[in-house]
Write a protein that binds this ligand. Structure first.
Ligand code: NAP
Length: 330
């Protein structure tokens, strides 16, 4: 009886804690049901992603229904997602709701973006089962010293039960301790997969021997002017999925990138937009993409990459555009 009372009190306090962290956005009857956390419920990790040398089987994809990649954690992840950097308030919620209707199931946010609450609200209200959606968030370096608290804050703001993927946003002081806090959260069922962002070959080589769970994914700047060919090869060889941020060059640079003559010629030959050519080039290189957009027409284009293929000559022409030109400092 006493045991029963204690577990009842614990269950009540957990429910209160969940709603107290986000009272206005706690799930309503019409919203996606927030699954209970299930410690140790993770599937048996597979040692490596099953794709061949990190390359995707794009024949499985359809416009609006991209293939998934099997992460080394044992979970599947769509190879196209929506980036949410700089999207806030209703613009963010509506962008995600529109994207879900177009077939997006993966969303990228970060505590640094200040929009985890909006992302969580959209996930809960979009009408698609939580288990069919994939949400990535990130811990910022100024949170690494107390990562356990930061993980709880993200879970609380998102309020979607568990996080599919959590990344360290950048290398920094206490990053190994922060990663170990994420490893514990994986054991507790709060996070399903973990990884890092803005880690290159040196950073990754230093980091790997210090952690117990190999990062499932690294998210780095990648676009035709900054291709990271060696980094992509290194990650693929090590069974680490690679995802490109700023796939269209990033805000402030997209006009120049989309106006590139070579890309324009290839786009014309296929009857596609320059954005579609760049994004298809990423996929044919085994790079997961998360283009950011609040415009449903652009979102539709960006998830419609499966009714054409770039030839090896066209892939080589885009490879030749690399000029080691980073569009952000990290
Ligand atoms: N880990 C990191 O350090 C890091 C850093 C930066 C970004 N990220 C992540 O990567 C995501 C992508 O980066 P980003 O959003 O900054 O840059 P991006 O995807 O390279 O470019 C986004 C810009 O491109 C426009 N756009 C999107 N699709 C288009 C299309 N089909 N045709 C023409 N224009 C198009 C968007 O405008 P509209 O809204 O009008 O479509 C927006 O202005 C971010 O949202 C974020 O999730 C991660």
């Amino acid at each position: 009886m006493i045991k029963w009372l204690i577990s009842l009190m614990m269950a009540c306090s957990q429910t209160l804690a969940l709603s107290a962290c986000n009272p206005e956005d706690s799930p309503k009857k019409t919203e996606n049901i927030v699954p209970e956390l299930k410690p140790e419920s993770n599937p048996v990790p597979s040692p490596e992603p099953t794709s061949d040398n990190g390359m995707f089987d794009l024949s499985e994809g359809e416009n609006g229904n991209p293939p998934t990649l099997l992460l080394s954690s044992g979970y599947e992840m769509p190879i196209i997602g929506l980036g949410t950097y700089s999207l806030h308030d209703d613009v963010c919620v509506n962008a995600i709701l529109a994207a879900v209707k177009l077939g997006y199931r993966k969303f990228d946010t970060a505590s640094y973006y200040g929009n985890e609450e909006e992302v969580g609200k959209a996930i809960r209200t979009c009408g698609v089962l939580r288990e069919e959606l994939f949400v990535c968030t990130k811990l910022y370096p100024n949170q690494f010293a107390d990562a356990e608290k930061a993980i709880e804050e993200s879970l609380c703001k998102l309020n979607i039960g568990y996080v599919d993927l959590m990344l360290l946003h950048h290398p920094g002081a206490h990053d190994v301790e922060a990663y170990k806090a994420m490893e514990r959260a994986v054991k507790n069922g709060k996070i399903r997969s973990i990884g890092v962002s803005n880690y290159y070959i040196k950073e990754m080589t230093d980091f790997l021997p210090k952690v117990n769970i190999k990062p499932t994914l690294v998210q780095n700047e990648i676009h035709p002017y900054y291709q990271e060919k060696e980094v992509v090869k290194f990650m693929h060889e090590n069974g680490i999925a690679i995802e490109g941020w700023y796939p269209l060059g990033g805000r402030g640079y997209t006009a120049a990138m989309l106006g590139n003559e070579t890309i324009g010629q290839i786009a014309k030959a296929h009857g596609k937009s320059p954005a579609q050519i760049i994004l298809r080039w990423d996929l044919q290189n085994g790079i997961v993409i998360i283009p950011g957009s609040s415009n449903p027409d652009h979102q539709r284009e960006n998830i419609s990459l499966f009714d054409f293929e770039l030839s090896s000559e066209e892939m080589a022409q885009i490879a030749a555009l690399d000029r080691n030109e980073k569009h952000d400092w990290y």
